[in-house]
Ligand binder design. Structure first.
Ligand code: UDP
Length: 239
């Protein structure tokens, strides 16, 4: 049988780090190309797809604040970093023949369209990938929270968080090799155990709306498609 999507509409959160490749700063053209190909494959299954991209590969507000910047000003830089990533990803998707629109929570007139929910819904219905840039548009928030928020606004069936690790662990698996991975967790378990795979505001939003969250490794080729097909990969957070 033909592979098909297990969901009608999804929201996929990609961290800015996803674009780094081997570098410690910026956007790797090679990684962008591979990612666009993976997204094309997953989108081709017939799912409506919203994307939220982070900005950590370029700038994080907390880092600026740690070096003496005003936190809100630093966060504004972080939000603009997500706009840069969105433009890069949009360009890569276009080159791969995937119709795509960037809608931004921060206004950069002449560069990206402002986020308007009705417009996002219309693009999705027409089969266009919608890239939500600018996070929530507010300082002191993260793109994880933006992802949960946009997932709820577009009525996504699931929130996928694609990261560098293959799920949620009880300890940091990149530092502690004895860390144990969870197949399934409740929202409360994530919050009570202080598992820092997503920020608490994002988990709380998901819990309130009973939005299932799947955390999986995006560096594994084919995983975005597998997730969209409903294969059990990574860690499922629900209930
Ligand atoms: N940011 C913000 N408000 C938001 C989303 C993001 O101020 O709603 C800023 C914040 O400074 C953050 C930066 O944008 O550090 C990049 O986002 P994030 O750290 O979530 O990116 P990721 O870790 O996913 O690469």
């Amino acid at each position: 049988t033909e592979p098909s999507a297990a969901y009608r509409r999804i929201l996929l959160k990609l961290s800015g780090e996803a674009l780094l490749g081997g570098a410690s700063y910026g956007i790797s053209p090679e990684v962008l190309d591979v990612l666009a190909a993976e997204l094309r494959e997953a989108h081709g299954l017939g799912v409506e797809m919203g994307l939220v991209i982070g900005g950590g590969n370029i700038f994080r507000g907390v880092s600026g604040a740690a070096r003496g910047m005003d936190r809100a000003a630093a966060d504004q830089m972080g939000m603009l970093a997500t706009v840069m990533n969105a433009l890069a990803l949009q360009d890569a998707l276009r080159r791969h023949g995937v119709p795509c629109r960037v809608l931004s929570a921060v206004q950069v007139t002449g560069v990206v369209e402002p986020f308007v929910r009705a417009r996002a819904l219309r693009h999705l219905e027409k089969g266009r990938v919608v890239l939500f840039a600018g996070g929530t548009g507010n300082p002191f928030f993260t793109t994880d929270t933006a992802a949960a928020l946009r997932a709820l606004e577009i009525g996504a069936d699931v929130l996928f968080k694609a990261t560098r690790v293959d799920g949620i662990y009880d300890r940091d698996p990149e530092r502690d090799p004895s860390a144990r991975r969870f197949d399934r967790l409740s929202y409360d378990e994530v919050l009570d155990r202080g598992l820092r795979v997503m920020d608490a505001a994002a988990v709380a939003l998901a819990r309130e709306a009973a939005l299932p969250v799947v955390v999986f490794n995006m560096l594994q080729p084919g995983n975005i498609r597998r997730a969209v097909q409903g294969e059990v990969i990574g860690t499922l957070v629900e209930g």
